[in-house]
Design a protein around this ligand. Sequence first.
Ligand SMILES: Cc1ncc(COP(=O)(O)O)c(C=O)c1O
Length: 413
Amino acid sequence: MSHADSTPTSLRQRDPDVAAWLQREDRRQASTLTLIASENHCSAAVREACSSRITDKYAEGYPSRRYYGGCEVADGLEDLARQRALRLFAGAEEANVQPHCGTTANLAALLALAGPNGRIVGMALKAGGHLSHGHDKSHTGMVFQARQYGVDAQGRIDLDEVRKVVLEHQPKVLIAGGSSYSRTIDYPAFAAIAKEVGALLLADIAHPAGLMAAGVVPSPVGIADVVTMTTHKTLRGPRGGMILCTKAVAKAIHSSVFPGAQGGPLVQQIAGKAVAFGEALQPEFRAYQQRVLDNARHLAACLQERGLDIVTGGTDNHIVLVDLRRTDVTGAEVEERALAAGLAVNKNAIPGDPRPPMVTSGLRLGTPAVTTRGFGKEQIATVADVIAGLVQRQDPDRFRPVVQGLCEAFPLP
Ligand SMILES: Cc1ncc(COP(=O)(O)O)c(C=O)c1O
């Protein structure tokens, strides 16, 4: 079986249509450099666990307290995942590994802490926050009374503004974290603001979870009351969510996940999370995360050398947000041209973006996936050359051989 075909023989024989689609995805990933900050390539071991027979099992409830018989294996796997999560994020008192995704984790946590119609404060989507932090198109913006804070003209969180919004709105929950925020968040300062009004602090570390688990950037674990995350971004696990919390709120969190927000947990994904957490506990994981960080800093510096603006002037994590306002291209255009060259990137609104969300004046880049493939500074500099060329409207076909060469020299795990 080549790198570009992970489809089992039995599937190819039984259902050639689905197998062909999956094979096509293998080829797409193998021949594309993923610079989408929220994606990564998990290990073959994680994928194997997620496609195991435990996918058949219903296990509503929690270990030793299930609503179905025959859950001893589900119990063992969930306990293992929880124990490994607590070792990985030392200082957390409880872990819930059941959320199907980051959005469900946030919804369940917010319902547990604020209750329906409760007041919450989070970062606005257009400033770099996430839909599930109170955006009006998300249930979190409908079920709760949400207010949002933005960023300053340089693209950084302004703690004075956060404090002002919190004092005015008197929320039950203050949310810290985002989807395209590339700078260190001052969690102790957020905790102090929350404390002033008796609010709880929820830190959403969906993006930097892996960097935090490895200890290469500051973590909110031990500071925030609740920490939500996805397991498939920098953490390099299977698609899913997780919640860490203090003992004080654990009961409310667990019952908000089940039976509040979900039915039976996806035990195959929990098995995959356990594998990923085991991998993250190995020393190599720290080295990988340090390279993710070094590569992101290098990418920002290389792009700046090639004349591009970076929001906030750099990065403290795996995200590099390019500001295209001084160029004559939009985020959507560069996204499309990059794909033609073999780079997967995503258009992204930048703070104060004059263009609509489907066009944007920004580009969000991330280094987790290419670092998994083994990229170092030399390859990152080549990627910066390609991006700078695409922004200057050079023909994407010109870059295709360079990108293909990198894909072949640095295969998928
Ligand atoms: C900060 C943040 N929270 C939550 C989520 C939601 O995760 P999911 O797509 O798994 O629902 C994301 C996803 O991008 C995110 O960036």
